[in-house]
Design a protein around this ligand. Structure first.
Ligand code: ZN
Length: 242
């Protein structure tokens, strides 16, 4: 089995946990490399409980950084934080260039990121834009010609918070049952967003039930399957229809 390299591009600290924690744990448990890039901490937009406690900006960022480090430790991944600022996350040439460099070092075989549309969070849309543009830039021999270009890793969008309103139509359901305990533990590292612990447990149960319902007999998914939903950005290239 060749070693895969999974690159997860997350706008804020919590996103990679709620939306892709199962995929991350699944890949690391199989011996693959997983790198998580957090473009921002979500310090202004996704840390309300810390602001209500009276923490200042630097304290909130420190809290969120600690949460991210704890979560990637549980999931077995590497963490890169850009601290680019949120609300708004701004797509700058410098930010794009930093991510191209990550692509060329990590050399992903699979990329996970946000949906193109997210009516409730423009930072997520910006993250999608940054993630897909830099993947293309990293393929271009003329961009930073001293470094080696990458191939064409498939990109999967992970599930947004309000699915139906964000034009998300999942066409991949990932069985994460065997690593569910680790995803739950990682979710519990997000102390600033405890209101989402049960919410994303419910999502995993619902997607798991759909996975079980849609799986063939060979997979043998059980009734308490946990799942994560994804949607491909680019066409699947295959030599057989399966
Ligand atoms: Zn977010």
């Amino acid at each position: 089995m060749s070693r895969e390299s999974l690159l997860v591009i997350s706008a804020h600290v919590g996103d990679f946990v709620w939306r892709a924690g199962g995929a991350i744990a699944l890949y690391t448990s199989r011996g693959h490399a997983v790198t998580v890039v957090c473009l921002a901490y979500g310090e202004r937009g996704e840390s309300a409980s810390y602001w209500r406690k009276g923490l200042n900006l630097e304290q909130v960022k420190e809290k969120r950084h600690q949460e991210a480090e704890a979560a990637v430790k549980v999931l077995g991944a590497e963490l890169i934080t850009f601290d680019a600022g949120d609300y708004p996350l701004i797509e700058t040439p410098e930010l794009l260039d930093r991510l191209v460099k990550v692509y060329r070092v990590v050399r992903p075989t699979v990329v996970l990121t946000h949906t193109e549309r997210d009516l409730w969070n423009a930072d997520h849309e910006t993250a999608h834009s940054i993630a897909t543009k830099t993947r293309i830039f990293a393929q271009a021999p003329g961009y930073d010609p001293g470094t080696e270009v990458i191939g064409a890793p498939p990109v999967f969008m992970f599930e947004p918070h309000q699915t139906e309103y964000s034009s998300f139509m999942p066409n991949v359901l990932l069985d994460i049952t065997e690593v569910w305990d680790r995803k739950l533990e990682a979710m519990h590292c997000m102390e600033g967003q405890q209101h989402l612990w049960d919410y994303y447990t419910d999502v995993a149960i619902r997607r798991g039930a759909q996975a079980q319902r849609n799986s063939g007999p060979n997979l043998g998914l059980v009734a308490d399957t946990k799942g994560e939903a994804y949607q491909r950005v680019y066409p699947q290239v295959t030599t057989a229809l399966s």
